[in-house]
Ligand binder design. Sequence first.
Ligand code: GLU
Length: 285
Amino acid sequence: MTGFVTRFAPSPSGRLHLGHAFSALLAHKAAREAGGQFLLRMEDIDRSRCKAVHARAIADDLRWLGLDWDGPVRRQSAHMEDYAAALQRLRAMGVLYRCFKTRREVLAECVRAPHGPGPVYHGPRHPLSADEEAALLAAGKPFAWRLSLRAARDVLGPRWDQLGFTELGEGPHGERGGIRARPECLGDVVLARKDIATSYHLSVTHDDAAQGITHVFRGRDLFESTFMHVLLQALMGWPTPLYHHHRLICDDRGQRLATRNDAVSLAAMRAAGVSAAAVRERLGF
Ligand code: GLU
């Protein structure tokens, strides 16, 4: 066994499609070639969307593809206390603030960068006073915890300018090699949602550290998210894995695959008589 540890981390909110299969095959192949470990993690923090039946179906689909994984499957929903503790540490650093705004109110204040990943919220124009905040809390208004980039920058000092990672694949604009992380592309993201006491960014980064992940394989659509993950790693003292962002798999009409489109799910292909070997071949394995 070498020090190579990677993972496949789907959200069990639906069936796997070809894009997921590509990520899983790529990570599995790299792990096996390196004599390392391939772990399976269910990112099921959203209990309203994630179902045990989907998690079981995902494991079936992976076995059908010929993939095996090392050790037990990690379910994020079983680790909510760990995310709460991580959130607590960030609060103690003074880099989080409560956001009581509705989604619509936040969107109205967002900025859209020409090549950015989506609308970016740079924080409140007028931060709440302690009295206003106390009144909202007393009234039981729900809030999310957001990461203040300004506060994070103050905490990191000169280390802010060294935030970066190594790209072994390719970013959406051909980025390779040493990449400078630009968390400002994402703004003040939510780290604990109003309805769920954590978020994708916090739990994925926590788990990559907790599971000793050395290599992350995932779609290019998550390239900018890595900027935030690198920032969280720096704040929390967690190591930064090597990242391999891969091309996105498209359907026959060149459209990106989506979980809601069942027609391209592995289950549907299997039901239509497509073999696992044909799927692997179509994806270049
Ligand atoms: N759970 C995420 C997804 O299904 C992927 C997380 C990751 O690979 O970092 O899109």
